[in-house]
Design a protein around this ligand. Structure first.
Ligand code: DGY
Length: 320
């Protein structure tokens, strides 16, 4: 069985595939055009798929009828039409758990960076403008005892909540499709409506799977209901936020600041007005970018392919 891997991955994943006797196809150039990518996909049985640049939708499956399984190198699967894959009996593997710690670390990092105005202060140092000690300048805010609101309390949201609880004794409120009993018992997390979440959070952090209904969910009418000292954090998917509205809300001081590891589109344009704001910290989608997480992702994605090639169910599968 052939496996097309569109970018190099940590060796641990490649070893698993080799030991299973699978034929690995790697492109000569990793920055494939859509046409080049389709050609590779037409000549393989399975894909170990890195990145969300190209969609797995009806048009794709129609022109690549030989594809039997896809193992995503990500936990998110918003670039896959799962219904379409289901209709064609194509399992879609993903890589949950192994990146929860790393991604929640980035949410925690962004929260503190925005609270203590790290981007603004770093910029001043780079400009040679350190300045004299000033009791009234560049003041941040402390997070102790504040309220963390989590939108989407799954594995990553749980780890963010746990860090905030332990480090800053923060109260946890959350809005989710269903109750998270572990978070309620272990962290004292309280389930609230979406409206209560946005009104009562001092830090609002998104950790949900992105679906089309979520597009621009965080828009001006949401931001204006938030507390003027609230910090907005997104490490999930950029589509959750309307960036023009976020800019307006920040310039009108409806909220304190924003920390984004994901933007819409990605990459964010270097002339995005959000980058001019001192209380915005933007990272280039590095949530899972640790050696440990990326090796874990390589292992799970490879194990998904091997399971499929043995006629077994993928151990980590996005299809219901
Ligand atoms: C994921 O795994 O979904 C991360 O966002 C990396 O794409």
């Amino acid at each position: 069985m052939k496996v097309f891997i569109n970018k190099r991955i940590p060796e641990v994943g490649v070893e698993i595939l080799k030991q299973a006797g699978l034929q690995i196809i790697l492109p000569e150039n990793e920055n494939l055009s859509y046409e080049e990518w389709i050609k590779y996909c037409q000549n393989t049985d399975t894909i170990l798929s890195i990145g969300g640049d190209f969609k797995y939708d009806k048009a794709f499956f129609d022109v690549c009828p030989n594809i039997k399984a896809i193992a995503l190198y990500s936990v998110g699967f918003d670039h896959v039409d799962i219904q379409e894959a289901n209709q064609r009996n194509i399992p879609i593997g993903n890589t949950p758990e192994v990146l929860s710690r790393a991604t929640s670390d980035v949410a925690f990092l962004l929260m503190q960076s925005v609270a203590r105005r790290a981007s603004y202060n770093f910029q001043k140092v780079k400009e040679g403008n350190w300045g004299a000690f000033d009791p009234l300048h560049a003041l941040g805010q402390e997070l102790y005892g504040k309220t963390l609101g989590i939108f989407g309390l799954g594995r990553i949201g749980y780890q963010m909540a746990e860090k905030c609880r332990k480090a800053f004794d923060m109260e946890i409120i959350y809005h989710n499709r269903s109750h998270n009993e572990e978070a309620e018992t272990e962290l004292g997390a309280k389930y609230v409506s979406f409206d209560e979440l946005i009104r009562n959070s001092d830090v609002l952090s998104i950790h949900a799977n992105f679906t089309p209904e979520h597009k621009d969910l965080f828009n001006y009418s949401v931001f204006e209901k938030m507390n003027p000292n609230a910090i907005f954090i997104n490490t999930a998917r950029g589509g959750f936020q309307n960036e023009q509205d976020l800019y307006r809300a920040l310039t009108e001081r409806k909220i304190w600041g924003a920390g984004l590891d994901v933007t819409n589109p990605e990459p964010m344009s270097a002339d995005s007005p959000l980058l001019e704001l001192s209380d915005v910290c933007v990272l280039p989608h590095i949530g899972s970018a640790t050696i440990e997480a990326r090796e874990g992702m390589a292992r799970l994605a490879a194990e998904n392919i091997v399971a499929f090639s043995n006629g077994d169910k993928m151990p980590y599968c996005a299809n219901p």
